[in-house]
Write a protein that binds this ligand. Structure first.
Ligand SMILES: [Zn+2]
Length: 193
């Protein structure tokens, strides 16, 4: 039976997916979102799903002890390992923000100190080296990074943000993208990507 808490969390994941797509933080079927349901299970977006028109009933329930159900997001392991390693994390948002990627490919990272909002919402940003998407190596590296920092930048790939809920994780992705945009603007003397 679906409880009202589960129904509310499913609706929040759907809304955050639409917000990511609307802001260009993901394109098409990119990105994935999850949130804890209880101490044994979490909700996860299905693989290859278009976040502009995700349905609450399409979200999968993943047990923390595994196995990952068929049809789950390709980054399911990253979400699973993050919940196993980080008891304080209640939700994870993974996106591919263009300015963060543009900055990272130049060998630079967004600086939280550039904005008061940055310092408050994302006091630390970790960097994860390049690993194949969906791999166990990437999943473990991200989980360890999110234990130290609320946001991890994955080299040549994107960002993973943890939060108490999906809205906090989304806000962190948004702030890191703004910080990256400001850093690029500074770098190029006014040209904003
Ligand atoms: Zn990705």
């Amino acid at each position: 039976m679906t409880t009202w808490i589960e129904a509310a969390r499913r609706a929040a994941v759907v809304a955050v997916g639409a917000a990511l797509a609307r802001q260009g933080l993901i394109r098409g079927r990119e990105g994935n979102i999850s949130c804890r349901l209880d101490d044994r299970r979490f909700l996860l977006t299905p693989g290859g799903s278009d976040k502009r028109r995700l349905l609450a009933v399409e979200l999968l329930v993943v047990p923390l002890g595994g196995p990952i159900p068929p049809g789950a997001s390709s980054e399911a392991l990253m979400h699973l390992e993050t919940y196993r390693h980080c008891p304080a994390v209640g939700a994870v948002v993974h996106a591919h923000p263009a300015n963060v990627l543009a900055l990272e490919t130049r060998g630079r990272m967004p600086s939280p100190q550039a904005l008061k909002e940055g310092e408050a919402i994302v006091p630390r940003i970790a960097r994860v080296p390049s690993f194949p998407p969906g791999s166990e190596a990437l999943a473990l590296a991200c989980a360890r990074a999110l234990k130290r920092a609320p946001v991890a930048v994955m080299a040549r790939h994107g960002v993973a943000a943890g939060g108490a809920d999906v809205w906090e994780a989304l806000a962190r992705v948004e702030v890191v993208e703004l910080l990256a945009r400001l850093a690029l603007e500074h770098h190029h003397g006014g040209a904003i990507l």
